[in-house]
Design a binder for this molecule. Sequence first.
Ligand SMILES: Cc1cc2nc3c(=O)[nH]c(=O)nc-3n(C[C@H](O)[C@H](O)[C@H](O)COP(=O)(O)O)c2cc1C
Length: 203
Amino acid sequence: MENRKHAVMETILHRRSIRRFAPEQVREEELQQILQQILQAGLYAPSAGGRQGPIFVVSQDRAVNVRLGRIKRANSHPRMATASSYVSREQPSIADDPGITDAFYGAPTVITLFGPKNFLFAAEDCAVAAENMMLAADALGVGSCYIGQGWPAFDDPFGQETLGRWGIPADYYAVMQLLLGYPKADDAHPTPKPRKEGRILRV
Ligand SMILES: Cc1cc2nc3c(=O)[nH]c(=O)nc-3n(C[C@H](O)[C@H](O)[C@H](O)COP(=O)(O)O)c2cc1C
């Protein structure tokens, strides 16, 4: 038990958002095994009322991923970083670098999490599943990044056609995307920003 606690805390503290991915695809059979474990972590996440609402759509089609990432980027109006305010210097986000045209950063695997439109906890269910998957990914040596607001990636004719091809029910919407891929070989693992003070009130 002690060892398990140690390993979970280590993973939680080690996980960082990765936005610079190795260009090459990981060996197919290895990737499938790893992916299966990451997806299992998502399936075993808590869900409101135990309803298991989220649907996980795994796309490893680079052309589709880049195209959706570009649509998402075009439909995003991120606040641009300033000298004192930035998302990440080591792994710049679209808010840090206006030159990034793909909001999915060329990730080889993009998982879109869909939730039921008329369900109060659709977004929370996807977020907790995503966190489970990000921790599993980190433990397996895979980089990940949470992309909030999944729907703008489908907000054009190609996006709509893609939803049809994927067979997404009309009463589901794209809550978010989870990017997966191996970090660039030469990159150091990113360091976390210092934690803000005063966020825990013991009352
Ligand atoms: C709700 C949510 C939405 C996010 N959306 C984006 C996004 O659209 N693009 C992006 O590059 N990172 C996104 N992130 C990742 C955050 O930028 C990242 O978690 C934060 O900068 C802290 O860095 P860390 O994950 O390395 O600790 C999002 C994270 C969360 C929790």
